[in-house]
Ligand binder design. Structure first.
Ligand code: SF4
Length: 297
């Protein structure tokens, strides 16, 4: 079984997902000259062709060796520097796949819109009270709301409980095993959360994009266009999928988020401590402005 660990929120507190309304990250470094506009509605194939045609190679990873170098550097850094968080410990020690998926799911839902420091206490109490899907499924909504009190966005707790009941009643207590089926089956679970659960708990090579990953990818590939636009969002998901390490997808996704949380921060990123600084176009532009600044389209 693969060793993987649960995800984290960002340092400043709130996990942002990469839906058009949630991820409005702008790159702090050089702005790309590319200003892609949102495509009109149409077949997925047309949109993909439009996406490929509109993105300069400067904003892509064309070289397999470069992808491998980024994966290795990021994972090596993560193994040495990752924060010790209760959901990571729990998932690391858990061999039952349904319990692992449940532990990741609860953490990911709590981390949406809530600071890591705040979530730790709530998560610990939640998992002590309802350590399994079955325990949560038999809880009352009143109990759930009581434990959730102060965390905000109460629909999140309700969705967790509704989802647990669905899994127990309709799937015999077994969580859906892929990002696609998790997103389809669980209430309130979007593309990011489904990918996080599938990669961390089940080892599915599904890339994920949240606010931290948006910032890292935008900087590494010098993407200055509005990340909330449909076209840029599609490009970022495509990059995340290309980069995720199939051997350790859960750890890779967490490493990318961790990098955005504690090194590639919104203000004053710690570039000299960054494991991917040699691959970062934003860093190159700052270090060699004339060389880097002439790139992009
Ligand atoms: S070198 Fe690292 S910390 Fe600096 S901008 Fe690039 S990815 Fe972010």
């Amino acid at each position: 079984m693969k060793k993987s660990r649960a995800a984290v929120g960002n340092r400043s507190g709130r996990r942002k997902q990469a839906s058009s309304q949630e991820g409005k990250e702008k790159c702090a470094f050089g702005s790309s000259q590319a200003k892609p506009s949102a495509p009109s509605a149409g077949p997925a194939r047309q949109q993909k062709a439009l996406l490929q045609a509109s993105v300069s190679p400067y904003h892509l990873f064309r070289d397999v060796a470069e992808v491998t170098a980024l994966q290795e550097s990021l994972l090596d850094w993560y193994d040495r520097k990752k924060r010790d968080l209760p959901w990571r410990r729990l998932v690391e020690d858990e061999v039952d796949l349904d319990r692992r998926a449940y532990a990741v799911w609860v953490a990911e839902v709590m981390l949406q819109q809530t600071q890591v420091a705040t979530v730790i206490n709530y998560y610990t109490r939640w998992m002590q009270k309802w350590p399994t899907l079955q325990d949560l499924a038999s809880a009352s909504l009143e109990e759930v709301n009581q434990l959730w009190a102060g965390l905000g966005y109460y629909s999140r707790g309700r969705w967790l409980q509704e989802g647990a009941r669905k899994v127990v009643e309709e799937l015999g207590g077994h969580m859906p095993r892929t990002a696609e089926t998790l997103q389809q089956f669980l209430p309130g679970v979007g593309r990011y959360t489904a990918g996080a659960i599938a990669s961390i708990a089940f080892g599915q090579a599904a890339g994920v994009v949240d606010g931290n990953v948006i910032r890292v990818l935008c900087r590494v590939r010098a993407i200055g266009a509005d990340s909330s636009s449909t076209l840029v969002s599609q490009h970022l998901w495509s990059l995340a999928q290309q980069l995720v390490d199939p051997a350790r997808p859960g750890d890779f996704n967490q490493a990318a988020m961790e990098l955005g949380a504690i090194v590639c921060t919104p203000k004053r990123p710690l570039c000299s401590h960054c494991p991917v600084q040699n691959l970062c176009r934003a860093r190159q532009r700052v270090s060699h402005p004339r060389k880097g600044g002439s790139q992009g389209s």
